[in-house]
Design a protein around this ligand. Structure first.
Ligand SMILES: Cc1cc2nc3c(=O)[nH]c(=O)nc-3n(C[C@H](O)[C@H](O)[C@H](O)COP(=O)(O)O)c2cc1C
Ligand SMILES: [Mn+2]
Length: 449
């Protein structure tokens, strides 16, 4: 690490980065951004370059010129990727969430779990917003102007949403949910996307359907860097992600009223797509290469998103993820945030937990929980496992991964080499592996086991 980077790390200790462009500036100073000025194709090429960048742990690629797309519209990959630089492995996650670039997994996860317990801070409504610098409304709406990529060769279409936040609100307005779920382009003013019924998006969509009405939505692309992380966190029902984000940073995030729907979105965002999710109409969605590392085999009928406006900043940046084999941003986002959510849950039940980590390299299928070493003498390993299983698999985050490893806290659960060593030398195949049948219904459509 050179002296310039060291001073960048010093300057960024616990700093709240409030928009994507400031985040890109920080990445650039850390040596974590590469601008690509040659023309690239949205059809497979952008996806392939992002994939290569993950494999090399190379700086995040920012594509400045995209074939058939007007000059100025840009695409960013690797927003939450891991770094190959010594001591900076988690720097993109850390700086997105307000930590020092050199923060380790335990500091990030344990501090987030503390934040999840704090009283929420509601967003502050502002009047002017950069996301409204340009507006396409009603018949002027044209999604095809945006550089949505065709990512994997088996995909069912071009995906406009892989790292954006879908904002919806209950009909009584008491709960505003932010979440990430993939969305595919259909035509200039229509999209379709996964709306799993057990996810909060699905629960709120059902409330509107019960009233016989479509669900107003806003899709926020290129929000402040912390937003996707909070949108990818499985909080309990009726918890608004924006309020927990406010609690984490001890100040409200700025939001602005949408132009054509009664919703508010982070004001300092690059692109906002507004409209309603049909209560009746569906379209064939998918398949798409997913975070488990496989491309699904089928499309499925999913609700249609009808678009009433697109607003954007000048020269907007569309951040995307190429979901696939580890390590990519779905895994770093969910890995980090689910760990904090499980830790908060275990703490609530007085489980003797030190920290948790939903390992990136397992494609977020293996959660490692570290316990105080002396706890073994108080309670048998089998009982400890049973207790952990009861708490974890009955919580919202616990329905999305199938394997949990309990280990002494001399192991760093974010270091897969240490995890593999502990698993191989400390787990007796007959007496230390416990299988439980689970009543919880697993909901992830791309779940592999
Ligand atoms: C990049 C990324 C993409 C995701 N895509 C999907 C998706 O397509 N479908 C889904 O059900 N969950 C997806 N997730 C996980 C959800 O965002 C996560 O489960 C979140 O907790 C859902 O929000 P909710 O708790 O408000 O329901 C994705 C997460 C990330 C980080
Ligand atoms: Mn939620």
């Amino acid at each position: 690490m050179n002296m310039r980077q060291q001073s960048v790390i010093e300057a960024n200790k616990m700093r709240y980065i409030k928009d994507l462009r400031e985040y890109l500036k920080t990445l650039d100073e850390l040596g974590e951004l590469q601008e690509i000025n040659e023309e690239v194709d949205w059809n497979l090429e952008i996806g392939a370059i992002i994939r290569r960048a993950y494999d090399l742990r190379a700086p995040a690629p920012l594509f400045n010129k995209i074939k058939d797309i007007e000059q100025g519209f840009r695409v960013l990959g690797g927003s939450g990727g891991i770094s190959r630089q010594d001591g900076l492995k988690f720097c993109r996650i850390a700086t997105s969430l307000g930590f020092s670039p050199s923060a380790g997994a335990k500091e990030i996860v344990n501090t987030l779990a503390d934040s999840f317990e704090k009283e929420g801070i509601s967003p502050r409504v502002v009047q002017d917003a950069v996301c409204h610098e340009n507006i396409m409304a009603r018949e002027d709406v044209d999604l095809m102007r945006l550089p949505a990529p065709f990512i994997h060769s088996g995909d069912g279409g071009r995906y406009i949403n892989t790292w954006g936040t879908i904002v919806v609100q209950t009909p009584d307005k008491s709960w505003t949910n932010w979440s990430i779920a993939r969305i595919m382009l259909l035509e200039k003013n229509r999209m379709t996307g996964l709306i799993p019924p057990q996810q909060h998006l699905g629960i709120i969509h059902q409330m509107w359907k019960d009233k016989g009405e479509p669900t107003p939505f806003a899709l926020v692309l290129g929000a402040p860097p912390a937003v996707p992380f909070f949108s990818g966190t499985p909080f309990p029902e009726y918890v608004s992600e924006g309020e927990v984000l406010g609690a984490h940073f001890a100040e409200p995030i700025h939001v602005v009223q949408c132009k054509t729907v009664d919703l508010q979105v982070p004001a300092d965002s690059e692109i906002v797509i507004e409209g309603t999710i049909s209560d009746k109409e569906t379209a064939e969605e998918g398949p798409m290469g997913e975070f488990a590392g496989y491309v699904g085999e089928h499309d499925t009928p999913q609700p249609v998103y009808n678009v009433s406006a697109i607003t954007h900043r000048k020269d907007p940046i569309l951040p995307i993820v190429n979901a696939g084999v580890p390590v990519e941003d779905t895994q770093t986002c969910c890995g980090t945030m689910y760990s904090a959510a499980v830790l908060a849950e275990l703490r609530k039940h007085n489980f003797p937990v030190d920290t948790c980590f939903l390992t990136f390299e397992s494609a977020v299928h293996l959660l490692v929980v570290t316990v105080e070493e002396m706890e073994h003498t108080r309670i048998s390993a089998k009982n400890l496992a049973r207790e952990a299983k009861e708490i974890i698999f009955n919580s919202k985050p616990g329905v999305d991964f199938p394997k949990v490893m309990l280990v002494d806290n001399d192991i760093d659960p974010s270091d897969i080499n240490q995890v593999m060593w502990a698993f191989s030398t400390r787990v007796h195949p007959q007496s230390d592996a416990h299988f439980f049948s689970l009543s919880t219904k697993r909901h992830c459509p791309c779940f592999t086991i």
